[in-house]
Ligand binder design. Structure first.
Ligand SMILES: [Zn+2]
Length: 389
């Protein structure tokens, strides 16, 4: 397994380890067999911060084919809160773009955004590396290339200088070779074209110690400051950055393809970084594990709700798999599988337990709690703090 020794934004070697999570399974793996039959692969997981530009990053690199494979089990349209988010984003874009503008989205998943933009009269092309979700997007009438976003793709498919807007949501965090992607975006954009980026805000990771958002597939964690430094390092001119409620705290950055040549040579000098202290991670993980164990002591084996990647990391990092009977999930792509590294099955919701449920998808807790709390004696979240719903 490869390990980075230099910052993926500024190239500096001043990477400081903030927290070592030890050996952890991949968050995107949803095994068809339980851990007791076939053991999940575990890889070192270390969170570091660059002392020059401030970027928070995972330095351990899993093989890319293990991350975005044919059976990528994440279909955005199965998550109502994501559908709402992308509906709002489509409306936001429609207010800012001329009628009929050309849009490229990479990491377009099942076309949840593009299918709406097409209905609004925009001319859209999608790119996504996973076969099964691009099939879903095509079924919605979206033109999609099943590939990684890079210069070769842009040239081969004649996408050069074609687009008024390139956008990506929750994609850049997953990319190791950022500068290659930024080059391909520049190539695909018309002169002065817009690039809009949505990411999970690192502010929430830092403020709320959202440790379960740290995993191998999630390589970079941006604040407004480091996101701006990232796009400027790739030859884009910053316009604005706004907060979004996505995933418990997100950022949407707007920038333009800058026409000036990229400045080369040496690491850039920055006069401010936001230093993150890693000590609190251990304390928060321990507190969450205690909350889960206390609930299991009181009510017996627990149900979980929401089997996303972060839920898988939560169960592994807190070592609480033995407290759960099952985790419910609405996505048919995950049902029938297991929480990675454990024997805990993922099932469609059917309440037979009735005692206590932990909403692992805590960022969607209000809407989930409304649907399920009547079936339980206690409905709980433990992040960002212990809350009874
Ligand atoms: Zn850096």
């Amino acid at each position: 397994m490869k390990k980075r020794t230099d910052c993926r934004v500024c190239g500096s070697n001043d990477l400081r380890i903030i927290y070592d999570f030890g050996q952890q399974p991949l968050a995107g793996e949803f095994p068809s067999e339980p851990e007791s039959i076939r053991q999940a692969r575990r890889l070192p997981l270390e969170l570091a911060q660059c002392d020059v530009c401030g970027l928070l990053q995972v330095i351990n690199l899993p093989p890319i084919e293990d991350v975005f494979h044919d059976n990528y089990r994440y279909s955005s349209s199965t998550v109502p809160a994501l559908v709402n988010h992308f509906t709002a984003y489509a409306g936001w874009l429609a207010e800012r773009l001329p009628r009929g503008a050309s849009i490229l989205e990479f990491g377009c998943n099942d076309g949840v955004l593009l299918s709406q933009l097409i209905k609004m009269g925009f001319s859209c092309v999608g790119v996504d590396a996973s076969d099964n979700v691009t099939e879903l997007a095509r079924a919605k009438g979206v033109e999609v290339h099943t590939a990684f976003m890079n210069e070769t793709l842009v040239k081969e498919k004649n996408l050069e200088r074609k687009f008024d807007l390139v956008t990506c949501s929750n994609v850049l965090a997953h990319i190791d070779d950022l500068h290659s992607v930024l080059k391909s975006v520049r190539l695909a954009l018309k002169p002065n074209g817009l690039f809009m980026i949505e990411v999970h805000a690192a502010d929430a990771l830092v403020r709320d110690m959202q440790f379960e958002t740290v995993y191998h597939e999630h390589q970079s964690y941006y604040t407004k400051l480091t996101l701006r430094r990232m796009i400027e390092s790739g030859g884009f001119a910053f316009e604005e950055c706004v907060n979004t409620p996505m995933h418990g705290g997100g950022l949407r950055l707007v920038c333009r393809r800058a026409d000036s040549k990229l400045k080369g040579g040496g690491a850039p000098k920055y006069n401010r970084t936001e230093r993150v202290d890693g000590l609190r991670f251990a304390a928060v993980i321990e507190r969450c594990a205690d909350d889960i164990r206390r609930a299991a002591d009181q009510y017996g084996p627990l149900d979980g709700y929401g089997a996303a990647g972060r839920a898988q990391m939560f169960v592994n990092m807190t070592r609480t798999a033995d407290c759960f009977v099952q985790v419910f999930d609405d996505s048919p792509l995950r049902q029938g599988r297991y929480i990675v590294g454990t024997d805990v099955p993922i099932r469609p919701f059917s309440n037979k337990n009735g005692k206590a449920v932990i909403i692992l998808a805590w960022n969607y807790a209000p809407s989930i709690a409304d649907r399920i709390r009547d079936h339980y004696q206690e409905t709980l979240t433990v992040l960002p703090q212990r809350t009874v719903w």
